[in-house]
Ligand binder design. Structure first.
Ligand code: RB5
Length: 166
């Protein structure tokens, strides 16, 4: 838990159990984002890397975050690599994962509200810590609108996913 009990809900309105992962390309930004997210009162599960290893591979951390969401240990995820792209590509191979690179607040909010994005991907070599914090803040505070047109589109995506996984 967040350690602040009910206060988390009162403070933020929306409490998120979040899984975060990064390869060497996103290692430094992961530390900054973890401090920021725990400071907001959210619960963060660190899926690694736990040390800076220049030879590590982003699919390993994308898989760890995706599995944490699939198994219900987290409801959302953040993945960071050099560009955000590789981690996003890998995460989207997992059923139920909707990951995208969003370095701006518009995409980070709309990706959740309209598309039910559940994994935000960031590129440490592209985005500064300030912009990353803002993208993460709106990502965590946003919720899927449930509007009929967005539900219809989401159901089409899920139907494509079912076809792929059968
Ligand atoms: C690793 O050097 C780099 O390729 C990786 O972090 C990521 O940017 C891939 O998309």
């Amino acid at each position: 838990m967040c350690g602040k009990g009910f206060f988390c809900y009162v403070q933020r309105g929306r409490f998120v159990k979040l899984a975060i992962g990064a390869d060497h390309g996103g290692f430094a930004l992961k530390k900054i984002m973890m401090e920021f997210i725990t400071g907001m009162g959210h619960d963060v599960m660190d899926c690694g890397a736990y040390s800076l290893e220049p030879g590590d591979d982003y699919p390993d951390f994308a898989g760890a975050v995706a599995r944490a969401i699939q198994q219900g240990q987290a409801s959302r995820g953040i993945l960071i690599c050099g560009s955000g792209v590789g981690a996003g590509v890998a995460a989207n191979k997992f059923e139920g994962i909707r990951a995208a690179v969003c370095h701006d607040v518009f995409s980070a909010r709309q990706g959740v509200e309209d598309d039910d994005m559940n994994v935000l991907c960031l590129g440490e070599r592209i985005v500064g810590a300030g912009a990353a914090r803002e993208a993460v803040r709106v990502f965590l505070n946003a919720g899927f609108s449930g509007a009929q047109r967005h539900l219809r589109r989401l159901n089409k995506v899920k139907s494509m996913e079912r076809e792929f996984f059968k």
